[in-house]
Design a protein around this ligand. Structure first.
Ligand code: ZN
Length: 251
């Protein structure tokens, strides 16, 4: 059992392409996307098309939900990006392309289960919108308990853009502490955040994804042209400059 998990692409095509190239180079056949394909970034249509072209099974993130339905608890920059993304998809002249992208977005499931593994964007309790933050292990142990009640063995999430491993204790291990590899024992339960392809927030600007090989979970970082995406965002009057600046610092 070998597969790759990507998440939080946020319309960053250069990052997505670099990650897909890396996965293909390793000969990994199955890739799943944990949502937030769009939002924040400059290339929503292209990212959707690339996932479809590669046959990558995806679930719905809060930004995908925002574009298809409506933004929920978004800050102004995120909301503006959602409405611009929607306009971008609407403005597509090719009717077939336009419809198939909307259909793809609207049909994204909010959760996938494979045996004792759950894939969601946010949390197993509220799959689209709930954040599980590293600090929750100190400040919100009730939340950690409640989300772990819904985990049989493994749950993979995205949403915070901070990669790492949550254990029931409760505990959280970031990727530096893990030196990018975590080995899961059969008996334990873990919630694993796969990080973000297109907008990392752990002070590492490189795209992040996860490779699962039997019981081994590896966090992989891939370089891409961060500045090119940042420039594209800053050149787009509908996207806040901050969304570009944060890419340059990984925050
Ligand atoms: Zn996100």
């Amino acid at each position: 059992m070998t597969f790759a998990l990507i998440s939080d692409i946020h319309s960053n095509l250069a990052a997505l392409q670099a990650v897909i190239d890396d996965i293909e180079k390793r000969g990994v056949k199955d890739t799943f996307c944990l949502g937030d394909i769009v939002g924040y970034g400059p290339k929503p249509k292209e990212c959707l098309d690339l996932l479809v072209e590669k046959g990558i099974v995806s679930i719905m993130g809060n930004h995908d939900h925002a574009v298809f339905y409506e933004p929920t608890n978004f800050n102004i920059g995120a909301e503006r990006a959602s409405y611009w993304t929607r306009q971008c998809l609407e403005d597509e002249k090719d009717r077939q392309k336009r419809n198939s992208r909307w259909m793809f977005l609207g049909r994204l499931p909010v959760r996938l289960e494979k045996g004792n593994i759950i894939l969601v964007h946010g949390s197993p309790r509220r799959p689209v919108n709930e954040y599980i933050f590293p600090d929750d292990i100190y400040t919100n142990t009730g939340k950690i308990g409640a989300v772990f009640e819904r985990v049989k063995h493994l749950c993979f999430v995205g949403h915070t853009h901070v990669p790492g491993v949550f254990l029931e204790d409760p505990d959280f291990y970031g990727v530096d502490e893990l030196e990018n590899v975590y080995t899961i024992s059969d008996a334990e339960r873990a919630i694993i955040n796969v990080g973000s392809v297109g907008q990392p927030r752990d002070q590492d600007v490189r795209a992040c994804y996860v490779l699962v090989n039997e019981s081994q979970v590896e966090f992989v970082r891939v370089e891409y042209d961060v500045e090119a995406t940042a420039k594209m965002i800053m050149a787009n009057p509908n996207l806040d400059n901050f969304e570009g600046e944060r890419l340059l610092d990984g925050r």
